[in-house]
Design a protein around this ligand. Structure first.
Ligand SMILES: C[S@@+](CC[C@H](N)C(=O)[O-])C[C@H]1O[C@@H](n2cnc3c(N)ncnc32)[C@H](O)[C@@H]1O
Length: 205
């Protein structure tokens, strides 16, 4: 793990935590909000949320699931804690880095992430950790924005990537489907939700 890069991205999320929901509002309304419930409808058993952020998914946690959620930004996590208390949802929150999960092997039935692997400093290392803590055959559901394959879009996304990384630590040119496969998952389903940029990916450990 690249410790310097990791602490720089983590600090960026700590710094923007108070205004994160405001900054993210356009993307949330255009691309993510309507799909959160779809993701949470798919989770079963013991569930791990990666990069819980300010806790935007918490409202959709099913009452019968056992949810554990992690984030490496303490300040984002504080907001998720407040949201969980307000919504009276039963979730165990940990300050943890997905690149170095502190869970035993094969403990979760389902893992999910929404808009997280754009900013994990070493995404393949993080994805391999998710695979390790999932039971064999366990499901991993990702709602993520990725690099477009379109001829005009792709160079633009590559061009503006350094700007988005500098502003809020998120890459807009990640090849997350490829990374999921490289980490050893089998992709069961890949659905384009907004152009070929926002995707719902269902993978099996
Ligand atoms: C763009 S925000 C998305 C938050 C939330 N999932 C949502 O849908 O609103 C990305 C989140 O992933 C967290 N994150 C990024 N890299 C991480 C890592 N290596 N380990 C744990 N959390 C990480 C950030 O701190 C941040 O809270």
């Amino acid at each position: 793990m690249d410790k310097k890069r990791t602490s720089s991205i983590k600090r960026r999320y700590d710094r923007i935590s108070a205004i994160y929901d405001f900054l993210d509002a356009p993307m949330e309304l255009m691309a993510f909000k309507k799909h959160r419930e779809t993701v949470l409808n798919k989770v079963t058993g013991s569930v791990l949320e990666i990069g819980v952020g300010t806790g935007k998914n918490i409202a959709f946690y099913p009452d019968d699931a056992t949810i554990t959620a992690i984030d490496f930004s303490e300040k984002m996590l504080e907001r998720a804690k407040k949201r969980a208390a307000k919504l009276q949802k039963n979730v165990t929150l940990y300050h943890m880095d997905v690149q170095q999960l502190e869970f035993e092997d094969n403990v979760f039935d389902t893992a999910f992430s929404t808009c997280v692997f754009c900013s994990v400093p070493d995404p393949i290392e993080g994805l391999e950790e998710v695979k390790r803590v999932l039971k064999p055959g366990g499901q991993f559901i990702l709602l993520e924005h990725v690099l477009s394959e379109r001829r005009f879009m792709q160079p633009l996304m590559n061009l503006f990537n350094p700007v988005t990384v500098r502003l809020w630590g998120a890459n807009i040119n990640r090849k997350t489907c490829e990374n999921v496969k490289k980490a050893g998952f089998k992709i069961i389903n890949e659905t384009n939700l907004s152009l070929d940029i926002v995707k719902l990916i269902v993978a099996e450990a």
